[in-house]
Design a protein around this ligand. Structure first.
Ligand code: ADP
Ligand code: MG
Length: 138
């Protein structure tokens, strides 16, 4: 187990002014920041990041949304990071997310759901490397 996961604060949460509260929560929950940057995905790069969902009906909407504004990308470290972070962010649909989870608190809708969290150690590694070089991870 790598004990690392990858997250993004998505354009809705950035525009709605929740980035500070979300980062504060992540740090207070005991995650160590391995890498962090503010950036903006082109439609092409967003499409590449979410290529696994290319056949899904919401893919076009997802790519448009994820390239619509600035994001924050980060690699986080904590014991059992992938699973614990998925618990912290809550269900994909904020209407179904548990009370107190980041998506329950800050997400707008099923599509615009405030944060990304990797779903496996393998994908955490791939997604972290999508945004960060070795010189940016500490
Ligand atoms: P998660 O982000 O919880 O791992 P998925 O990997 O299933 O969820 O989907 C990736 C992202 O695609 C979601 O976070 C959400 O932004 C968007 N999405 C998922 N399902 C839908 C849907 N039915 N309609 C619109 N957007 C969706
Ligand atoms: Mg996913």
């Amino acid at each position: 187990m790598s004990n690392r996961t990858f997250t993004m604060i998505k354009p809705d949460a950035m525009k709605n002014g929740h980035a500070g509260a979300i980062l504060d929560r992540i740090i207070k929950e005991g995650y160590r920041i391995v890498a962090l940057k503010q950036t903006k995905l082109s439609a092409e790069k967003a499409g590449e990041f979410y290529a696994v969902h290319a056949a899904r009906p919401f893919y076009g909407e997802l790519v448009e949304f994820m390239s619509s504004g600035i994001i924050i990308a980060a690699i986080l470290e904590k014991e059992n990071a992938v699973a614990s972070f998925r618990t912290l962010i809550g269900a994909t649909d904020p209407a179904k997310a548990d009370e107190g989870t980041i998506r329950k608190l800050y997400a707008t809708s099923l599509g615009e759901n405030a944060v990304h969290g990797s779903d496996s150690d393998e994908n955490a590694e791939i997604e972290g490397n999508f945004f960060f070089s070795g010189l940016e991870k500490f």
